[in-house]
Design a protein around this ligand. Structure first.
Ligand SMILES: [Zn+2]
Length: 351
């Protein structure tokens, strides 16, 4: 019998049943060869956490980075999109070719976008509301959408459609807005000029819990103290991960700084790694346990940086092995079920 209590809810379960949890969520392409799995969390808590991980992957800038890192599995690229999850929305991509924001749709490489059929309503207060027009949309559906956005009166409506949809969209608008006067603007060809783009992310702070969980589980699987996470030192972070709370108590507290071989140097030059990777470092210093992470660092991006303070181990003996790190590399050529491999590093090597 291997049964033991879950470190979060206390429910007794068999930690050797199933495969255990990845340190990096699979929604962020966290399948790395020889990854040590975390086995302190019962299936029920694991399911609850997967909800936050979904928000992280489907609605945040980190999930966006996951899209353009060239991640492969079984030799094939993984095609990803961000659809939003739970109470968090899909990111909204817009471009500004004509003085107002137009919706655009990201392609597989999300830096490449294409136009979508849409109307943009400028309301009385000058605020813009964009609505995508779908094929076969009825005037009734369109009116319901406008009502849902809370738009009562408007100044003008811009309509931007492809040539093929021009006639059907005009019919739709005539029916939805009887008596409206049309004015044609000059046509613009896609790919002709460069315009500014913007991505708007709107997501719940539950995504932070998924990030803090990566840090906590990473520390637990590698620490030399035999901590399994159930210790009183970690009561606060457990409570936060399981039930939520104030994330500022755990993120970006004062702590050690690491000099990575990439990032911005004092002269302002930005260096980036040549291959996409995640860097995770654990540090026990001044009785604080801190995990430092740069997630999705790559040739064009220094990575999203997080410092997560997990707890205080005051009164515990100082261990010489209290600092360690790993790079989770994405491999461009792989034919197995993993996206990459893990390299153990001594943080000193990074100075
Ligand atoms: Zn549990």
């Amino acid at each position: 019998m291997h049964e033991k209590p879950c470190i979060y809810c206390g429910k007794v379960f068999d930690p050797f049943k199933g495969r255990g949890d990845h340190v990096l969520p699979s929604g962020l392409c966290g399948e790395f060869a020889k990854d040590i799995r975390f086995r302190g969390c019962c299936p029920g808590c694991n399911n609850a956490f997967s909800e936050f991980e979904q928000i992280l992957a489907q609605a945040t800038p980190l999930g966006y980075l996951r899209r353009y890192a060239p991640i492969r599995r079984r030799g094939r690229p993984i095609v990803l999109s961000q659809r939003g999850a739970k109470r968090s929305k899909a990111p909204q991509h817009t471009a500004r070719p004509l003085g107002y924001d137009q919706l655009v749709k990201p392609r597989n490489d999300p830096r490449q976008v294409e136009p979508v059929n849409q109307i943009t309503i400028i309301d009385e207060a000058g605020k813009q509301h964009s609505i995508e027009l779908h094929e076969g949309m009825t005037a009734k559906t369109l009116s319901a959408k406008i009502k849902k956005l809370g738009i009562r009166n408007f100044r003008s409506i811009y309509c931007s459609v492809t040539e093929q949809s021009d006639n059907s969209c005009r019919d739709l608008l005539r029916e939805a807005f009887p008596g409206m006067v049309f004015e044609d603007l000059p046509d613009s060809e896609p790919g002709e000029s460069t315009v500014k783009g913007r991505i708007r992310f709107e997501y719940s702070t539950e995504a932070d819990r998924a990030i803090a969980k990566i840090a906590f589980h990473y520390y637990l699987i590698h620490n030399q103290r035999g901590f399994d996470g159930s210790e009183p030192e970690f009561a606060a972070i457990r409570q936060y991960l399981w039930q939520g709370g104030d994330s500022t108590l755990f993120f970006n507290q004062a702590g050690p700084s690491f000099e990575l071989p990439f990032g911005e140097d004092p002269s302002g030059v930005v260096r980036t790694p040549s291959n996409w990777c995640h860097v995770l470092l654990a540090h026990e210093v001044d009785a604080q346990v801190v995990v430092y992470m740069r997630l999705f660092a790559g040739p064009e991006h220094v990575g999203e940086e997080y410092h997560v303070t997990l707890g205080s181990i005051e009164g515990r003996i100082v261990l010489p092995s209290g600092t360690w790190g790993h790079i989770y590399h994405y491999d461009e050529e792989r034919n197995d079920n993993y996206s990459g491999h893990i390299q153990s590093i001594k943080p000193e090597q990074l100075r």
